[in-house]
Design a protein around this ligand. Structure first.
Ligand code: FE2
Length: 197
């Protein structure tokens, strides 16, 4: 069954232009389209896997790249929906952040530092329900370097396409600041609740 691109209701953002978001959504839709197109080829290649060995291997590798791009963007855009909302100053998420990072500002510092790493990818905050702790990581491209099985709580896109229009090739830091300025922590806390349930 084909995947269908989702729509997002985004407010005007501070420091991330409508043009940038429009282009970014177009890229997201491309991931969905490419994943569907590759998936459609798979049964044909599998029928004669020896003949199609090279194409099949490339397809399998690229399919998870496209899937990662699809799913990560479906986590990214909703983080702006509803407009900027500050993190709660009490509750389960607040307590968990306090335990692992002392305070939310230190968690944000960590994510900013990871986001500024060189190369395309994502800075990601995961929650490990089994050990009751956060993990942070850098996902190269879309699909490599994940903390396998851990639910994603926050996804910060640091590919150049996320900031090139507004800040140029060297503007990653300014874009990351804008990301956190517009972030709806309510969305992050809802994911944390779901992951903890
Ligand atoms: Fe992106």
């Amino acid at each position: 069954m084909e995947y269908v691109a989702k729509t997002f209701i985004l407010p005007a953002l501070d420091g991330i232009s409508a043009k940038s978001i429009e282009e970014h959504i177009g890229l997201y839709q491309g991931y969905v389209k490419n994943f569907n197109a590759m998936s459609a080829l798979l049964p044909e290649y599998a029928k004669d896997s020896e003949k199609h060995a090279h194409a099949l291997a490339e397809l399998i590798r690229r399919r998870s790249f496209e899937f990662g791009g699809m799913r990560l963007h479906e986590l990214y855009f909703p983080q702006f929906e509803g407009g900027a909302v500050a993190a709660s100053t009490s509750g389960a998420f607040f307590d968990a952040v306090a335990k692992d990072y002392h305070k939310i500002e230190y968690l944000v510092e960590m994510l900013k530092a990871i986001g500024k790493m060189r190369g395309p990818g994502w800075a990601i905050l995961y929650w490990d329900p089994s050990s009751q702790q956060f993990q942070t990581g850098f996902t190269g491209e879309q699909h490599m370097g994940h903390f396998v099985t851990l639910p994603i709580i926050l996804a910060l896109d640091v590919w150049e396409h996320a900031f090139l229009i507004d800040y140029g090739a060297q503007g990653k830091g300014k874009y990351i600041d804008a990301f956190f300025k517009n972030l709806n922590w309510g969305a992050i806390e809802r994911r944390f609740q779901q992951a903890s349930a």
